[in-house]
Design a protein around this ligand. Structure first.
Ligand code: NAP
Length: 218
């Protein structure tokens, strides 16, 4: 696939680029094309000089892609998504975005009126786009540690089974992530709300690069 990482110059974008470059063409997107090119060069260096990774402004990255991952902080999600709406034409859109805030004591889930970041994205993009909500509880630092095996689950919400399947395959390319279907896109709020909980637990209990795994007691 050709995968555009909107805001891919940041933490999670760098992690995805490092983990997916072996099997896909990665287009790092940025508000500034120069910054995207610098990030792409840095990723290629980290990969030891190989990898089909290039950089472009966010609009060009989206227009060139089969799949788009929204790697921007929640505060900028609505503007970035609506400003670039005209560059979408049937791409698979993946949202790892978590709407949350810190009140000085703990992180809390602060969803938009649509109920979740993923449902807000759906409301802002053209009708019929396949939106998938995934990767909210995967630590960017853990993704960036290229050789690290991640024992976490990726909880995925989407309305189209084939879109869930495509994102499950992407998750499985990151050793040893396990994709799990968490329901339709409308259920995304429950998955997104796990991240502030996870960060609170991680801080209180000094757990680095925390993740979530569903266990079976049988
Ligand atoms: N970090 C994690 O561990 C993690 C884990 C799971 C999910 N997530 C989610 O992934 C998303 C990205 O997180 P992150 O930690 O990678 O974020 P980040 O590093 O803080 O920022 C990502 C990129 O957003 C772009 N950006 C910043 N301000 C912007 C603005 N005003 N308008 C448009 N773009 C802007 C920047 O790219 P340019 O300056 O190059 O345009 C920046 O490099 C968030 O929604 C977060 O909830 C993060």
């Amino acid at each position: 696939m050709k995968i555009a990482l909107v805001g891919g110059t940041g933490d999670i974008g760098t992690g995805f680029a490092l983990r997916w470059a072996a099997n896909h063409e990665i287009i790092i997107g940025s508000r500034k094309a120069d910054r995207a090119l610098e990030s792409a060069a840095a990723v290629i260096k980290l990969l030891g000089g190989s990898g089909n990774v290039w950089g472009a402004d966010n609009a060009s990255a989206i227009a060139a892609a089969d799949a788009v991952v929204l790697c921007v902080p929640y505060e900028h999600l609505a503007s970035v998504t609506s400003d670039l709406r005209s560059f979408y034409s049937g791409q698979l859109v993946i949202s790892p975005v978590v709407p949350m805030s810190y009140n000085g004591k703990f992180f809390q889930f602060v969803p938009p009126k649509e109920g979740s970041a993923a449902c807000q994205v759906r409301s802002l993009l053209p009708d019929g786009m396949r939106i998938v909500s995934a990767f909210h509880t995967i630590s960017a630092a853990a993704l960036q540690a290229q050789d690290r095996e991640l024992k976490a689950d990726v909880l995925i919400c989407a309305d189209e089974p084939e879109a869930v399947e495509q994102v499950s395959r992407l998750a499985m390319e990151v050793k040893s992530l396990r994709p799990l279907n968490a329901g339709p896109l409308q259920a995304s709020a429950m998955v997104e709300s796990l991240t502030p909980m996870l960060l609170n637990v991680a801080r209180k209990n000094k757990i680095k690069d925390a993740g979530i795994r569903i266990v079976s007691e049988r």
